[in-house]
Design a protein around this ligand. Structure first.
Ligand code: NAD
Length: 294
């Protein structure tokens, strides 16, 4: 069924996601603080409003794709103009606690709310092949699933409010730690005289196999499509990995879970991002591990 959708945050992810909703036949009105983002989205059939409040006025579904929890909570405080009972869907990556506060804000205003962060990056947003991790009541999940399916390939209900964000930060904690593990192995292999290809050929089909190695290999050569082959440009930015690991580390501290490797990975990525690596793909962490080794 085609819906009237208000979409706030038309950036690298939100822009192509809104475009895919238009392609699927939904009526999408969007807003972004950046005129360039609005212009790009307009080129894909998104009607542009002159404020977030106007973008969601009368909408049955309100989607936010914003940088941080602070942006989402500020937006939720003013987005009361949606149709009564509208379904609020936050796809940003934010803290589990903020996701629960946002859902409460929407419910108090008479709306329904789900958290639905994504995995798959800009390429997945463009190709409508994202994975959505959803925290929602069962009936809200049934309502949101067809909308999310227009933007992704997999939609998983993880539990009630906040569970989508919990799954997202746990997954990215695995990813951040495993990228450091793969990078340390390559750096050690280099110092032992082992070629990148030899280590790859063994580990890719042995028990060291993981996505960080076989899809996003941190050294050039073995996986031609990995960012290491183009000076670590594009891909999943180290600054976003630092943010996600920070959320995971905060959640671990709040839950009294040691998560020693997760917290150490958060420190390494935060330092890497501050020292100039923020815009590079997160696999570029290998360059700092080499420096530390020298
Ligand atoms: P982005 O910076 O490209 O886009 C965010 C957009 O929000 C910007 O265009 C900005 O102008 C807009 N914005 C900020 N405040 C606003 C407001 N009050 N009203 C309207 N617009 C506002 O970021 P992105 O890469 O699209 O990421 C968005 C979210 O998705 C983040 O939480 C990020 O962690 C998450 N995420 C990103 C990726 C990725 O690969 N880029 C992957 C998975 C998840």
């Amino acid at each position: 069924m085609n819906r009237t959708i208000g979409f706030v945050g038309l950036g690298n992810m939100g822009g192509p996601m809104a475009a895919n909703l238009v392609k699927a036949g939904h009526r999408v009105t969007g807003y972004d603080l950046s005129p360039q983002a609005c212009e790009r989205a307009a080129g894909h059939g998104v009607t542009i409003a002159d404020s977030a409040v106007r973008a969601v006025a009368g909408a049955e579904v309100v989607i936010t794709m914003l940088p941080t929890g602070r942006h989402v909570l500020e937006a939720y405080q003013e987005l009361t103009t949606a149709a009564h009972g509208a379904l609020f869907v936050d796809c940003s990556t934010i803290a589990v606690g903020d996701a629960r506060i946002a859902a409460d804000l929407a419910r108090v205003a008479g709306h329904r709310a789900v958290d639905a962060p994504v995995s798959g990056g800009v390429a997945g947003a463009e190709a409508a092949s994202l994975t959505f991790m959803v925290g929602a009541h069962e009936d809200d999940f049934a309502a949101v699933e067809p909308v999310l399916s227009a933007m992704g390939r997999k939609v998983v209900r993880c539990g009630s409010s906040g569970a989508g964000q919990a799954a997202k930060i746990c997954n990215n904690m695995i990813l951040g730690i495993s990228m450091i593990a793969v990078s340390e192995a390559f750096v050690l292999g280099e110092s032992l005289g082992l070629s990148h290809q030899a280590l790859f050929d063994v580990a890719a089909t042995a028990s060291g196999q993981c996505w960080a190695l076989t899809s996003n290999c941190p050294v050039p050569g073995p996986v031609p499509a990995s960012p290491a082959n183009r000076d670590y440009q594009a891909g999943f930015a180290a600054t976003l990995m630092a943010k996600d690991l920070g959320l995971a580390a905060d959640a671990a501290i709040a839950s009294a879970v040691p998560a020693e490797l997760g917290r150490r990975a958060a420190e390494l990525y935060a330092t890497f991002a501050e020292d100039g690596g923020s815009g590079l793909d997160f696999s570029a962490i290998i360059t700092t591990l080499r420096k530390d080794h020298a």
